[in-house]
Design a binder for this molecule. Structure first.
Ligand SMILES: [Zn+2]
Length: 273
């Protein structure tokens, strides 16, 4: 396990999982198939790769730094990032199965009981299951789906758990739920900062390509890429208001980012006029 130096309540761990694999093979008399030294080397590679995405890709943006500051402010709550491969994809819940197979996943962990909280306004530690190679190489077709965007998106879900703001509220539109709207909102500001296409909806279309397949997502329609128009669309202004009231400091930091798509800046600006 390694600690992210810039926000030391974020931890990255593949060692636990990979050593478990090594011990399993040892227990069935096949120690040489996956020796512990190899497990440690694999874990090191994963942990360094994820830390590098955080430091060199997310951490070099204003959106990323604002998010890390918001996560650091939730201490003593913690966020743990581990490889996705530990997931059970045999779930009989079709939506859960879909999410576990195709996407990274974030849940809260009740620190009193150790049990998972998949949604609900409970202050919790966050666990993110994320394997960067599933989102590589980056493609302009996959709005919001690069490794760096996926990790940032999941970290926003994690922040919501760590601050007890996570809701179970579904939206009857392309944004799917309040949580996905908020994760996509922040990720789109990040995407605007790094010059990636903006994501316009939650569900994508699975395409069999490469070892993991790809999730081809909707792009935000051109008309809605104007933050003014975005805030007039459906209940977007209410949802942005909700985000601002639930995360005033984080929203205040995001407001200052001068990028083409920043509905939070527009929301504050519109209220000043
Ligand atoms: Zn999400």
């Amino acid at each position: 396990m390694k600690v992210f130096a810039d926000s030391d309540n974020i931890k990255v761990d593949a060692t636990t999982q990979m050593r478990e694999s090594a011990r399993y093979f040892a227990s069935i008399g096949m120690r040489d198939l996956y020796p512990e030294s190899q497990a440690d080397a694999d874990a090191d590679e994963y942990e360094n790769k994820v830390l590098n995405i955080m430091k060199e890709q997310i951490g070099r943006t204003q959106t990323g730094r604002a998010l890390f500051t918001a996560i650091a402010a939730t201490k003593p709550r913690t966020m743990l990032i581990s490889p996705q491969s530990r997931l059970d994809t045999t779930s009989s819940d079709p939506d859960l199965k879909y999410r576990l197979e195709l996407n990274a996943f974030t849940a809260g962990v009740n620190f009193a009981t150790g049990g998972p909280i998949t949604c609900g306004p409970v202050v919790a530690n966050a666990v993110i299951l994320f394997s960067p190679e599933m989102f590589e190489p980056e493609s302009a077709q996959d709005a919001g789906q690069s490794a760096r965007e996926t990790l940032l998106h999941e970290m926003v879900h994690g922040l919501r758990h760590m601050t007890g703001k996570d809701s179970c509220q579904m939206l009857n539109n392309e944004f799917f739920s309040v949580e996905e709207f908020i994760a996509m909102l922040v990720t789109n500001i990040f995407a605007s900062e790094i010059g990636r296409p903006l994501r316009g909806g939650y569900k994508g279309m699975f395409v069999k390509q490469g070892p993991y397949g790809r999730n081809v997502t909707q792009r935000l329609p051109d008309a809605l890429q104007d933050p003014k128009e975005f805030l007039k669309y459906k209940n977007c202004a209410d949802l942005v208001s909700r985000f601002v009231s639930e995360h005033p400091t984080f929203a205040g930091a995001l407001m200052d980012i001068r990028v083409p798509f920043n509905p939070i800046e527009e929301w504050f600006f519109g209220r000043r006029n």
